[in-house]
Design a protein around this ligand. Structure first.
Ligand code: C5P
Length: 401
């Protein structure tokens, strides 16, 4: 692939920079528990302007020399992976070794090495940097987004590509939300998270979003376990109905202003709400107090604890953020975490305007600044629930609802 004539944002010759956006679940319906222990979902998810930044470059160390084939060289693979590094700034993140950025690089290397032209040499070690702005374990998908960005940036650093099927398999192995971030845009999510059907951006002005995240880490696994034990909404089908209607209306060109009119029903259309409260009971009084303070419906993203409210403009959302910050200082919101909640006004992110490169169809030109094909039709990951979708690990499901 030809080198660009000069460095562009996100495509510097030595450092590959990716913005890793947060996600918001506008709806989250849990359809049933599957035989593999995961839950089949129906969710409308949108990316947000709030983003981490992932930067990847070739590490300034020489990779261990490779003389053998890969099949018998797990140790060699491990020693190359040990030379990958990650520096984190911003939000405090514990356990760099467990960070999804490093895991994404290791899995990307394994996937790439199968077709690596310099085999038996391995794709070389990478030095990654992560600037965390999205609070961790907050229901905003920050770790998953970092992983998707790291996968994409690693491929670019190695000048490698993966088919969308291989990329999706890597993404699913990293986490259920990761495939969404390969698609860069609003999407209807189904299956365990592997079926990502892109939806058009909302028409007209994008709603702004106020995020209020109490500093309590909520374990997604524990929340789903509580759901499995029967901690569920009173009306079991309601969230799915709202979610399907929203997806259909967005597919037909829903306007941003119309989304605002649905805030009340969206705010209650998260089937994990009761389970999140079962895991962290203080979330309930916190959300009630926040709704009273803002006099607006307050929803929850994913398994929480992030609370959201929608506004017609960023100015209005910023004003609300100041109201919340003052209320926190005045002790008007329950003090439920290890410190004051994270408060930010952000917007729903739209896809970049199509450029001629975006419309290219040849695989060589189809990277659009990304190594994993993204957006539009590229990640229309076939029909949900179809038995032919086994390529990313879908197993036979069992309806336990
Ligand atoms: O896939 P991920 O690692 O993000 O999921 C964390 C946990 O949440 C899983 O171990 C599983 O217990 C639960 N989960 C689920 N159904 C999903 C997604 C996650 O039960 N669709």
């Amino acid at each position: 692939m030809a080198e660009p004539a000069m460095a562009e944002p996100g495509h510097e010759p030595d450092r590959i920079v990716r913005e890793a956006p947060a996600k918001l679940n506008l709806t989250l319906a849990v359809i049933r528990r599957r035989a593999d222990g995961y839950h089949a979902l129906h969710s409308v998810m949108v990316p947000l302007s709030l983003a981490d930044t992932v930067t990847v470059s070739l590490a300034r160390v020489s990779a261990p020399p490779s003389q053998k084939g890969l099949g018998d060289s797990t140790a060699e693979f491990d020693s190359t992976a040990r030379l990958d590094s990650l520096a984190i700034s911003g939000f405090e993140v514990s356990g760099v070794g467990q960070n999804l950025v490093l895991r994404a690089i290791v899995r990307a290397r394994a996937a790439v090495s199968e077709t690596w032209p310099s085999a038996p040499a391995l794709p070389p070690p990478l030095a990654a940097e992560l600037v965390k702005r999205i609070p961790i374990a907050s229901g905003l998908g920050g770790g998953s987004s970092d992983a998707a960005s790291a996968l994409d940036a690693a491929l670019e650093a190695w000048d490698a590509t993966l088919s969308i099927d291989r990329a999706l398999a890597v993404a699913m192995a990293l986490g259920s939300d990761v495939p969404f971030f390969l698609a860069s845009g609003a999407a209807r999510i189904s299956g365990r998270g592997e079926f990502v059907d892109p939806l058009p951006d909302l028409k007209g002005r994008q709603p702004a979003v106020l995020l209020v995240t109490p500093r309590v880490a909520v374990s997604t696994r524990e929340v789903f376990e509580a759901f499995s034990r029967g901690v569920r909404p009173i009306h079991p089908e309601a969230a799915q109905d709202v979610s399907e209607r929203l997806a259909a209306d967005m597919a037909a060109g829903l306007r941003g202003v119309a989304l605002l009119g649905r805030a009340a029903e969206l705010a209650t259309s998260n089937d994990l709400l009761p389970a999140s409260v079962a895991v962290v009971p203080t979330l309930l009084p916190f959300r009630i107090a926040l709704a009273r303070l803002l006099a607006l419906p307050v929803g929850q993203s994913g398994s929480g604890p992030t609370c959201w409210t929608l506004y017609s403009s960023l100015t209005a959302a910023r004003k609300a953020a100041r109201v919340v910050e003052k209320a926190i200082q005045a002790g008007m919101l329950p003090d439920i975490g290890h410190g004051p909640p994270f408060v930010v006004a952000t917007t729903i992110l739209t896809r970049p305007a199509a450029s001629p490169a975006d419309r290219a169809t040849s695989p060589a030109d189809d990277n659009r600044g990304h190594r994993v094909p993204r957006g539009g039709d590229n990640v229309a990951v076939s029909e949900p629930e179809s038995p032919t979708n086994g390529s990313v690990g879908e197993s036979a499901e069992q309806d336990e609802r």
